[in-house]
Design a protein around this ligand. Structure first.
Ligand code: AHR
Length: 344
């Protein structure tokens, strides 16, 4: 992997009116782009480092917090001009955004790939244009890992493992370790690193317990609406669900809705053990109330780390390939001390 050095390419093609607005209002050097906007009149971005970010979408509270952390990290005060593009859950949109960034000759491309496959060609194009790519949150499955410079994100496999280990210990505590335990899993977007890692990590622990029966694993797309819909159909299909593993908090809110409507209670005093992922504030409050048994944290504050990597590359330094976020597991016993500081 090469360090990029201080001799920054000059990029052209940014919107004069929008740049003027940001100067006049003193707001951060960033804006959401559309193709039409980018095709408008050109302006030199001066000394700012131009970073093109392609975000997956805005499907979850976690995703919004992730976007905020990027927007806070790449401000004009810190020397950046941020081009932000929301792919609205479509890989096609991400590929188009990356191509627009390449044709605008941005200094860096940052993106969170919706799924792992399908990136070889566009990333080769970025490499040919000598634009370093930093992956954020999710990973890509490419033949040649020199197609990206670094990745910042969560150890999703470990998160899945942690969910399984927590369940193992909880069942012992409840003296239910020898019972048949019926489990349903609400998965995130099929093919996304987060869904793959959490599914495999949990399965690894489940495989060591013959009495854990995974009734079904269903893609609920990381959204509340889909979580509700999927949970409703699972409740019709299966009468005896002991555990719901929901691979993000937004799906958990939907699943809770579906269960409550049928008079099914969850959590420490409830009928169903509820395991969630992400640990956003609204969910942590439910952990505190005992409605969600455990929430496995996924840390969205990745912007700062991505910015530090870019700083290092600007200084011409080599950087590591992989950066894991710090994360923990929240239960009713420990959640109280963290709740006040949660700002998303
Ligand atoms: O990739 C991280 C996952 O994507 C988060 O768990 C989820 O909330 C998000 O949409």
């Amino acid at each position: 992997m090469r360090g990029k050095g201080c001799g920054k390419r000059r990029a052209f093609g940014y919107l004069l009116p929008i740049l003027m607005i940001s100067v006049l209002t003193g707001c951060v050097g960033q804006f959401n782009i559309s193709r039409e906007q980018e095709e408008s009149s050109a302006v030199d971005e001066g000394d700012l480092v131009v970073v093109g970010v392609s975000q997956v979408g805005s499907e979850s509270v976690w995703r919004t917090a992730n976007t905020v952390s990027i927007q806070e990290a790449f401000t004009s005060e810190k020397g950046y001009f941020l081009l932000f593009s929301n792919a609205r859950q479509k890989q096609d949109n991400q590929i188009k955004a990356i191509r627009r960034f390449i044709s605008r000759q941005v200094d860096y491309i940052v993106f969170s790939p919706i799924t792992e496959s399908g990136w070889d060609i566009v990333l080769q194009e970025a490499k040919d244009a000598e634009i370093p790519v930093i992956l954020m949150d999710r990973q890509v499955d490419v033949e040649d890992d020199s197609l990206y410079t670094a990745w910042v994100g969560s150890d999703f496999h470990r998160e899945g493992n942690n969910a399984g280990i927590w369940l193992e210990e909880y069942l012992v505590e409840q003296n239910r370790q020898d019972e048949q335990i019926h489990i349903v899993v609400l998965q995130g977007t099929e093919g996304a690193t987060a869904a793959i890692g959490r599914t495999e990590g949990f399965q690894e622990i489940a495989d060591t317990h013959e009495n854990w029966i995974i009734l079904e694993q269903v893609d609920a797309e990381y959204t509340t609406a889909k979580g509700r819909e999927v949970m409703e159909s699972l409740l019709i299909k299966y009468e005896d669900i002991d555990v719901v593993v929901s691979q993000n908090d937004d799906m958990t809110f939907g699943a809770l809705d579906a269960m409550n409507r049928r008079g099914i209670s969850t959590g420490t005093e409830g009928d169903v053990i509820l395991i969630s992922f992400d640990a956003v504030k609204a969910a942590l409050k439910l952990v505190e109330q005992g409605v969600i048994n455990v929430d496995i944290e996924c840390n969205p504050r990745q912007g700062e780390l991505v910015e530090q990597i870019i700083q290092a590359l600007e200084r011409g330094e080599e950087v590591d390939k992989t950066f894991y976020m710090e994360e923990q597991v929240f239960t009713p016993e420990n959640v109280g001390e963290y709740l006040d500081d949660r700002d998303y």
